[in-house]
Design a protein around this ligand. Structure first.
Ligand code: ADP
Ligand code: UDP
Length: 241
């Protein structure tokens, strides 16, 4: 499968068309952004680590009955994915309160959330990804009620599978963001699951192992991502077949 025209270049990934209109090449670049693109830096190896990390997680999810756009690894920084018609919302599940949740509601940072909470955000950097509700999504025509139900249900299933996986390897899945898109009459998990879009803490020390290291200028960003990959047994050297 070869790269054709570039379809979209986002803050961290580029999407290319292929000779098959149903398939795209997703390239993970080294670019790293925070605060809706206000802070941007290139971090050596990050594209490669995230591409392989995402492939590993998508395979784990597939093994647990959660279908996604992921087809296969193509190169250290590229994966082949199904071409989805993306729903412009971000689905966030939180197991522990931190980040924007604490700023918005004044809840204590580190509070364990029981049950885990769910939020929808509009994917719109210019508007700083505002919090939206189910009615906004339906009334503005972004998705149907049944699609909303699927996004919530699947995101909670992902939370169960991955919370267990991280916990078995000495980490806490604090929160994460997922995106979905339509493929024919199916709604599939799209985009990525990497330390760029989730928060992971070491279970014993609560050391941050995710993009908060970049947001807060803590350093060792890619090293932390590699540590997470190592703990999960992700092969960062293997070449795709
Ligand atoms: P952003 O757009 O937020 O800057 P990225 O740099 O990660 O983010 O760009 C990836 C873009 O590709 C996102 O807009 C995402 O919604 C979109 N995308 C992810 N998976 C697919 C897919 N399978 N089909 C079409 N678009 C996708
Ligand atoms: N997140 C993301 N992309 C966004 C916004 C949030 O991947 O545009 C992830 C973020 O990494 C975290 C979770 O969603 O794992 C919740 O983020 P939060 O709302 O606390 O945002 P922040 O504090 O980063 O503004």
């Amino acid at each position: 499968m070869n790269r054709q025209e570039i379809l979209y270049s986002g803050k961290a990934k580029s999407i290319y068309q292929t000779e098959d209109e149903n398939l795209l090449i997703m390239e993970f670049r080294d670019d790293t952004s925070a605060f809706d693109g206000e802070k941007i830096e290139k971090l050596d190896r990050k594209g490669m680590v995230n591409n392989r990390f995402n492939a590993f997680i998508m395979s784990v999810l597939e093994d647990n009955g959660i279908n996604s756009h992921f087809e296969k690894l193509l190169s250290p920084t590229e994966s082949l994915v199904k071409h989805l018609d993306m729903i412009p919302v971000e689905c966030v599940v939180r197991n522990i309160a931190t980040g924007s949740l604490c700023k918005r509601y004044g809840v204590e940072d580190g509070l364990e959330l029981s049950p885990p909470t769910f939020e929808f955000f509009l994917k719109d950097d210019a508007r700083h990804d505002p919090l939206i509700n189910d009615y906004h999504i339906q009334s503005f025509g972004w998705a149907s009620l049944s699609e909303i139900e699927v996004m919530k249900e699947v995101t909670f299933r992902v939370n169960s599978v991955l919370s267990r996986l991280f916990s078995q390897n000495g980490m806490i899945l604090v929160d994460f963001k997922l995106e979905y898109g339509r493929f024919g009459n199916k709604l599939l998990l799209g985009d990525e699951f990497t330390p760029d879009g989730c928060r992971l803490w070491d279970s014993d020390t609560r050391r941050k192992l995710d993009k908060d290291r970049f947001r807060k200028g803590l350093g060792g960003v890619v090293e932390a991502y590699e540590e997470v990959a190592l703990r999960l047994g992700v092969d960062l050297e293997a070449m795709p077949e």
